[in-house]
Design a protein around this ligand. Sequence first.
Ligand SMILES: NC(=O)c1ccc[n+]([C@@H]2O[C@H](COP(=O)([O-])OP(=O)(O)OC[C@H]3O[C@@H](n4cnc5c(N)ncnc54)[C@H](O)[C@@H]3O)[C@@H](O)[C@H]2O)c1
Ligand SMILES: [Zn+2]
Length: 359
Amino acid sequence: MNKLNLRLVNNVETNIHILDGLINDCKSIIPDYSQFIIITDENIYNHYGQLLINQFYNTNYKIITCPPGEQIKSLNYVENIYSDLINFKCDRQSCIVAFGGGAIGDMSGFVASTFMRGIDYINIPTTLLSMIDSSIGGKSGVNLTAGKNLIGSIYHPKQIIIDPKLLETLPIREYHSGMAEMIKYGLILSKELFDTLEKHLESILSDLSIPINDLIVNCIDLKINIVNQDVRDYGIRNILNFGHTIGHALEACLGNEYIRHGEAVAYGMLYAAKLSNVKGSLSDSDLKRVIKLIGKLELPKLKNMDIDKILSFIKNDKKNVSQDIKFILLDSIGKAYVSQQIKYDDIKMVLEENEYISN
Ligand SMILES: NC(=O)c1ccc[n+]([C@@H]2O[C@H](COP(=O)([O-])OP(=O)(O)OC[C@H]3O[C@@H](n4cnc5c(N)ncnc54)[C@H](O)[C@@H]3O)[C@@H](O)[C@H]2O)c1
Ligand SMILES: [Zn+2]
């Protein structure tokens, strides 16, 4: 078993366990609590509900099964969950187990961080995106109509339990979406990872039985290293938002039924790479490689986009302090930086000039 530690500045520690088939024995590594509240979604419950019940059957547990997708990341939904916790007589010794993708993890982590001023939680991610990204680093939250993740907290799970075998049932579309975040790590932090993806992404996407455990561990390692340097996201952690400024705006404009988080980030990275080429130092040849690799992902078409609406969502993006826009650019493949030099007009220019938006 791979065991990694996320050791945070204030000595809080999150243990991350990674092993094929770990879901079949996960209870053996989970400590005792007065009550477990397992929060999952209908799809995951259909695939793995019984397996999980087998693990928790001799504990005091309850299961909350949510509808799948982004709709649960709302204050209304969170309030429903608080009511369930009260009805279940949860106390501060109860533990929330988030069993799902990034939507379940973000929402459940937020509930755990706020219910009775914070109760423990354990994250068992089930999508590629949540294994390599959203489960690591403690960001939890919900959306407002004005934009994504505008309400939230930084609150770390006690444990993260990763079983890559769970990916066997993941729909191919969600796999592509997660791969976008993997490409992001290569672009911002690791030329080696980018090179590996250039060589193998196509075969991985055409044969999902190829094990990608090493790639998963590689991404987690890269994220832990950044998070440990800047847990509260005031400095270097910002670079993990590469592709997200425009990506979040696309999600907000188009809705997550039409465009998944990773898919929107893939477009966001294409635009950010173009801006890096026009305004920064990304070479033409690196830009071509970025476009080619992201081009291997299947993405929904961007149709009838209202560019002013995209820009207004970008203005609401929580990463922008006052009127200054913080934009993550690439110096080269594997090296990113935070720029304060990008203006809304620059973003408008790349959005208007590119071939991804069709009418
Ligand atoms: N907190 C963070 O740091 C962070 C980072 C990146 C993304 N996010 C958030 O993560 C969310 C996206 O997460 P996601 O891509 O995991 O999507 P998701 O949680 O919406 O799950 C996608 C779909 O896959 C299904 N599914 C999940 N696991 C499955 C499995 N093993 N087998 C079959 N079906 C399965 C789900 O039911 C759902 O329909 C977004 O809200 C995004 O903002 C958060
Ligand atoms: Zn993301």
